[in-house]
Design a protein around this ligand. Structure first.
Ligand code: CAA
Length: 271
């Protein structure tokens, strides 16, 4: 269901993004497109990502996030930490300095940024990060926000925030812990060390690692395979899988029954 107009190409470009829909309207590809800054992202990138999430047509079933040039993303644009900030954008860092007691406003600002990441877990879409080169900080968290990660063999993942005196706050801590376990997550975050593609595969941070020249083809193959299941069954299955970790076995069994009853009724109505 489209709730808003898709951001214009100009608005996307101002946020360092491009958006393409395939001819069938089933696959949306979002490209981080500031290669000369290694696809560094600003607050506007994240609020525009949220806008994209709200406005994609309901035909979209797969969202691929990729980066132009040698890096997926160098994370937050470091200009956001500087006294000047980024032109035309509110700087949470300056705001924190000038109005340190205004915690609610800071919280709200971060929530708006997080909205750019959270929609990627919606049951009606499957999100795939196609990562080549560096995915640092907010870039690593963007890859973690996706359901699936396909890495080129030159991929380098790094959670840099604690080394900069901050915490990872763009929704990355939960998927990181779920994938690698709390002990390894502590080690990766506090040392801010770089994880190679090979180690990422061992740590379950990548579904697939391929030679860099094969990345686009590997993602296209995965997307085609994901589209094979009927849309409603895919969405219901993703919704079920997403609740599994938080449910007891009995709760999950009940959720399976409820979802299957809906599927059976829908299928029999189709004849
Ligand atoms: N912000 C702004 N500009 C950046 C940038 C960033 N995060 N990362 C790279 N650039 C710029 C560089 O300044 C350089 O610009 P010039 O050509 O004008 O000198 C250009 O992009 C190319 O960068 P490099 O020459 O460094 O490229 P590289 O391929 O050798 O290295 C890299 C790539 C390892 C990602 C390196 O650029 C790097 O370490 N960047 C900084 C990463 C970082 O600390 N990000 C912040 C993480 S924390 C976070 O995201 C979340 C948070 O804090 C809340």
């Amino acid at each position: 269901m489209a709730e808003a107009a898709i951001p214009s190409a100009e608005d996307l470009a101002a946020a360092g993004l491009r958006l393409e829909l395939d001819t069938a309207g089933a696959v949306a590809t979002i490209t981080l497109a500031r290669p000369r800054r290694r696809n560094a992202m600003t607050g506007r990138t994240w609020t525009t990502l949220a806008h994209v999430g709200h406005s994609l047509p309901s035909s979209v079933r797969i969202v691929v996030i990729t980066g132009e040039g040698p890096s997926f993303s160098a994370g937050i644009d470091l200009a956001m930490f500087g006294p000047e900030g980024v032109s035309g954008e509110t700087s949470l860092f300056r705001q924190a300095g000038t109005r340190p007691r205004d915690r609610a406003a800071l919280d709200e600002g971060i929530a708006e940024y997080q909205a750019g990441y959270l929609w990627l877990r919606r049951p009606d879409i499957v999100s795939v990060a196609a990562v080549r080169g560096h995915a640092v900080g907010a870039g690593f968290q963007l890859a973690l926000a996706c359901d699936l990660r396909v890495l080129a063999d030159d991929a380098k993942l790094c959670m840099k925030e604690p080394a900069l005196g901050l915490v990872p706050d763009l929704t990355g801590t939960k998927p990181l812990v779920e994938l690698v376990g709390v002990n390894r997550a502590i080690e990766l975050c506090l040392t801010a060390r770089t994880v190679s593609a090979e180690e990422a595969r061992e740590l379950r941070l990548a579904e697939l690692v391929v030679p860099g020249s094969d990345l686009d083809d590997a993602v296209a193959d995965l997307v085609a395979a994901l589209l094979a299941a009927p849309a409603e069954a895919a969405a219901a299955t993703k919704a079920l899988l997403l609740q599994a970790q938080g449910n007891t076995l009995e709760e999950q069994a009940r959720a399976e029954r409820a979802a299957q009853v809906e599927r059976l009724i829908a299928l029999s109505a189709q004849g």
